[in-house]
Design a protein around this ligand. Structure first.
Ligand code: SF4
Length: 143
């Protein structure tokens, strides 16, 4: 892993970061999924190919970590009506949680986060509850 340094993103709505991206070489390690929610890294750090390989050895990394990467907007199936629908949907399911709390998570991408740009602090209140890959592991029948 290596430190990503300060953001060079343009403040124009494009070039935002998706805070629920895949584990890939160059992605930012946003945090680790813990029993009480995501534990965020304060320092912006990118993962490398070695991390991706190691993390993939024991199941889908997106179940255990959160990654951030460039928001591809209309290149993503979650993009509709000019925005990301993920955070709107989650906030709709948990309206109480997204309005509670006062201290924002100490996350490293707030200045460029797509969800924060859309929903402000309410997004940050629910964000620790979001796991990118929440599918159940499916045991394969072995015959
Ligand atoms: S929603 Fe808030 S806490 Fe979550 S990644 Fe974006 S800025 Fe960070």
């Amino acid at each position: 892993m290596n430190n990503a340094g300060p953001s060079t993103q343009m403040p124009n709505g494009h070039n935002k970061m998706c805070p629920s991206s895949h584990c890939s070489d160059g992605a930012i390690l946003l945090g680790v999924v813990g029993p009480q929610g995501v534990i965020y890294r304060e320092q912006r750090t990118r993962v490398d190919a070695a991390f991706v390989e190691a993390a993939s050895q024991i199941g889908n990394p997106e179940k255990r970590f959160r990654f951030a990467n460039k928001c591809v907007e209309c290149g993503c199936k979650q993009w509709a009506n000019g925005k990301c629908n993920v955070i709107e949907t989650v906030m709709g399911h948990y309206p109480d949680e997204s309005s509670q709390g006062s201290e924002l998570p100490k996350c490293s991408i707030r200045d460029t986060c797509r969800w924060f740009s859309q929903a402000g602090r309410a997004a940050c209140m629910i964000c620790p509850r979001i796991v990118t890959d929440c599918r159940e592991d499916i045991a394969q029948a072995s015959g």
